[in-house]
Design a protein around this ligand. Sequence first.
Ligand code: NAP
Ligand code: NAG
Ligand code: NAG
Ligand code: NAG
Length: 398
Amino acid sequence: MTTPPQPAICLQYGLGTRAAYEAAQKSSQASFYAPIAVAITGVGLVGGELINQILALSAPSPFRIVSLSSSKHTLFSPQGLSLTPTSWKADLLEAEPMSPDVLQRKLIDLVSPNGKVVFVDNTSSEAVAARYPSLLEAGVNVITPNKKAFSGDAGLYDRIVAASKKSGAKFLNESTVGAGLPIISTLKDLVATGDKVHKIEGVFSGTMSYIFNNFSNGQEGGPSFSSVVRVAREKGYTEPHPADDLSGSDVARKLAILTRTIPSLQSTIPLPQGFKSVPTTTLIPEALSSLTSPESADEFTNRLVEFDSESDKLREDALKDGAVLRYVGVIDVKEGIVKADLQRYPKDHAFATSLGGSDNIISFHTERYGARPLIVQGAGAGAAVTAMGVLSDLLKLV
Ligand SMILES: NC(=O)c1ccc[n+]([C@@H]2O[C@H](COP(=O)([O-])OP(=O)(O)OC[C@H]3O[C@@H](n4cnc5c(N)ncnc54)[C@H](OP(=O)(O)O)[C@@H]3O)[C@@H](O)[C@H]2O)c1
Ligand SMILES: *[C@@H]1O[C@H](CO)[C@@H](O)[C@H](O)[C@H]1NC(C)=O
Ligand SMILES: *[C@@H]1O[C@H](CO)[C@@H](O)[C@H](O)[C@H]1NC(C)=O
Ligand SMILES: CC(=O)N[C@H]1CO[C@H](CO)[C@@H](O)[C@@H]1O
């Protein structure tokens, strides 16, 4: 669509001149030029960055943004909103509220044989994810970094797959794992080309990566676990309540998504309850397990210090074996095991030596990548790289 089929248009106008081509572009008859309609729900960090990345694409853009929504306001224009990087936030704040049902109906009305529509969900809302089956069934494509739908109950996931099959509308999920890193596309390519995946193993949580890169760096001593968590929270690397990271459920969700992307695992590792079916080691001390409400976040963080001697011992024991601690996700296809767990890795292992900051690292052990695994590594969080993952999914629809 970026290089329009000029001859057809010129014939239609019987001229074959540039002027005719431009006239055709402006004319309503040139309906197959209609850029793909994009509706974005959730316009915080990533959503905002995504809007700016779309606006920065070179002209003619393959996309028109028809809707922006926050939880309180919605902008909608079937012809495309006129947005600028500096004004859209204020425009959205002045917009009327619109019920999600009304927005959904308006988007479905835009679907036509020449008119693709994409719904981008940049929220972490279950309610928004629950709309995917109806949207997909009506032909609206869905792209999202929101892990909720693909990592939840098998019921919702099966309905998403069935709705997509029925209408041919796509759901693209690249940025749900590792933000912009090519994790899901790499896995899909391995599977599609007939390679056999033996094991996938990696540091999937940027927060866990930061915490353990600092806490267990292979040297004697080092900062206490509670102090590392405190610093990570102050820097905004954790969720507002650090227990949401320390529970391991974010890693379990990503493992559920990857497991479901390997069709042959549906029978050996079925995950009926999605991420809840993934055995997950929690780093929340038993005695603090009741402090999970938002108001308890400070108390929880302060009281972690009571358990530092236990984490110190784990670190020392690992070091005696020449190893470091890493919180990893593992899918062992041969053994039929999926788990999120705290594990030891030798000090010279890639998970010990090559990580910095909040990097993700994922290694794919396959039949073809036998002796040495295929490794993907890099920033696994952040607005710019996550928006890039979403935009690259969007470009797959052009
Ligand atoms: N951080 C990363 O680097 C990274 C990487 C990969 C994936 N992700 C995923 O990205 C998503 C966003 O994370 P987050 O915690 O920032 O999201 P969030 O706070 O729940 O959502 C933020 C935005 O979504 C809007 N929103 C929430 N619920 C809505 C609803 N029901 N209808 C319409 N709009 C709604 C909010 O509107 P208001 O502004 O009006 O509240 C806000 O604009 C999550 O799914 C996360 O897991 C993040
Ligand atoms: C992710 O999307 C691809 C299609 O692009 C699909 O084959 C795969 O099953 C999806 N995985 C999940 C868990 O949604
Ligand atoms: C440890 O924490 C410091 C201070 O926050 C940070 O600058 C550094 O990058 C971290 N080290 C590693 C290996 O991640
Ligand atoms: C509103 C918004 O953009 N929310 C989130 C979008 O997704 C990224 C990560 O995917 C979050 O960091 C944003 O806060």
